[in-house]
Ligand binder design. Structure first.
Ligand code: FAQ
Length: 311
């Protein structure tokens, strides 16, 4: 029986038919998805913190309103993704406990500080740009609930990216001090953004199997290359200099050659030793504990309502 179930699963993958929650799936496929989707959810939630840092200090009422709703969008993405992961049989409480204990990862990028307002522009432009590059192909990922969640998430992310680009544009067309702020933020965020795509293919233990199962549609290196090719002309348009002395157009491959990421820094951040790792987790744990009364009240309300309806 196991064999025929596995064959049916493989056939669906081959024919591009989505796998749905109640379908049989290999244990490792389920595990990989819970890992990736929950870590994606955690990234959205922790990802609210670097930008949240600037809500009270946004330079105008308009900027504040936009940033506030962007950060709220990220919360929504996190909730969507937790729901998608829950369909695989792991509870949200378990996933959140794994984030808080350090067992589950979240994107390395959110362990860097936001030092100036220009960082908010750089995050929208670069980080959301990288997120789109990585997530648009996930609309075609083989697991149904994850693929469907990505549709709306990607629409919102492309709006986020444009708002980031627009902040950068205002700064780059502003006073010399503003232009300088934009360049400094670009210098800070460029390399960490390239790290978002994960280790090089040769050092990525999960890529091969995830590509075979069509969970991932492109490898880490493929997406990183596409991202560089997309961003360099945008940087030129802004009049910013890409902080990479090895960056060079390569006619033969119809793309840019670029320098190597500092992989030691990457693994150091992934292992929990980046500039803000401890602060991020402490903030999340504190928010979770202080929000306990809200969860209890919501539960009590739902139970009261259910009892009233049953009566
Ligand atoms: N940071 O074998 P691979 C956003 C881990 S966008 C930390 O290549 P895989 C939007 C990896 O988990 C950011 N850890 O793994 C937003 C694995 O460890 P594990 C979130 C990383 O899964 C914008 C190990 O290294 N996006 O939130 C990183 O095949 C602005 C080996 O790596 C997603 O999560 C990293 N950068 O490929 C929000 C997208 N890279 O789990 C707010 C979905 C790798 O075995 C503001 N995820 N690791 O313990 C993916 O596409 C994939 O999971 C990759 C990694 C590409 C991230």
């Amino acid at each position: 029986i196991e064999k025929s179930l596995e064959e049916a699963f493989e056939e669906k993958i081959a024919k591009e038919i989505r796998i749905e929650p109640k379908d049989w799936m290999p244990e490792q496929y389920r595990k990989t998805l819970v890992r990736q989707i929950s870590q994606h959810a955690h990234s959205e939630i922790v990802g609210m913190l670097p930008e949240g840092n600037w809500i009270t200090r946004a330079p105008s009422l308009k900027r504040k309103a936009i940033l506030l709703s962007k950060v709220q969008d990220e919360a929504g993405h996190g909730l969507y993704l937790y729901s998608a992961a829950e369909t695989l049989g792991t509870s949200r409480d378990q996933m959140i406990a794994d984030l808080h204990s350090g067992k589950a990862k979240y994107s390395s990028i959110f362990n860097y500080p936001t030092l100036s307002w220009a960082d908010i522009g750089a995050i929208g432009w670069l980080v959301d740009g990288a997120a789109i590059m990585n997530q648009v192909p996930l609309i075609r990922t083989s697991y149904g609930p994850y693929a469907r969640a990505m549709v709306r998430v990607c629409k919102e992310e492309s709006f986020h990216q444009r708002q980031g680009f627009e902040i950068m544009m205002s700064l780059c067309n502003g006073a010399p001090a503003q232009k300088k702020m934009a360049q400094e933020a670009f210098n800070r965020w460029w390399w960490p953004t390239l790290m978002m795509f994960g280790p090089k293919d040769a050092e990525s233990p999960n890529t091969e199997q995830s590509m075979r199962w069509k969970i991932k549609r492109f490898t880490n290196d493929e997406l990183r290359q596409r991202f560089v090719d997309m961003m360099v002309p945008q940087a030129e348009f802004l009049g910013l200099t890409v902080p990479d002395k090895d960056l060079k157009w390569n006619e033969a491959k119809n793309g840019y050659d670029f320098g190597d990421v500092d992989w030691e820094e990457f693994w150091n951040v992934v292992k929990g030793n980046g500039p803000c790792n401890k602060d991020r987790i402490n903030t999340r744990v504190k928010a979770y504990e202080e929000g306990a009364w809200v969860r209890e009240a919501a539960l009590a309300h739902a139970q009261k309502r259910a009892a009233r309806e049953a009566a």
